[in-house]
Design a protein around this ligand. Sequence first.
Ligand SMILES: [Zn+2]
Length: 191
Amino acid sequence: MPSNIRIKRLCAYCGKEFEARTTVTQTCGNQCAKLAYNARKKAVKIDGSHRQTKARTDIKAIDTIKSKEFLTVHDAATLLNSSRQTIYNLIQAETIPAVNISVKKTLIRRSAIDHIFTGQPVIPMAPIKQIDTTPLEECYTLQEVQQKYVISDKTLYDLIRRNAIPKQYKGRYAYVAKTHIDELLAGSSTH
Ligand SMILES: [Zn+2]
C-alpha cells in the first residue's frame, strides 16, 4: 500500500539521516538494508558460536572436577552451580564435611558431594565439630592467630584439630573464638 508518510530517521547502518516511507524502515536504502541484514546475521552466528564454546568449556571444567578426589570450594561451587558462599554455608551447616589443609585452603571430598544427592550417610573426615556461634568480633581469623602467636599453618591446623576447636566460616575465612585460642596459646607465648 503506497504511503505518503515521511519520517526523519537515522539509518541503522550508516547513521545518515533519511526520510523513511514506512514506519518500519530502518535504513536509508537497499545497500544499507542489505549490509545491516548481513551484519545482524553475522552477529547471531558469532553469538551462537560463543555460546557453544562456553558450553564446551563448562562441560570440560566439570569433567575435570569430576575426575578429582578432592575439590576446592571453587570446584564444589562449579559442580553444584552455586556460589562459594553457598558452599561455605553447607560446610558450616556440616552438610558437606571439609578440612582446612592450610589457613587458606579448604578441601572437600568429591564423594561427599555425591552423598548429598544419594542421601547416603556422609562419613566424617574429621571429628564432628560443634557449631560455633561466637560473634565474629570475638573471633580471630586463622591468619590473625598466626600473626599474634607466630605459628605456622601446620601448627595452627594441628592445634585446632587436636583440641577440636570449633570453627565457623564467613566468606573465604575460617574463624575461631578468641577465648579458645587464647586459653591454649596465651600461656606459652610469654617466653
Ligand atoms: Zn544508510
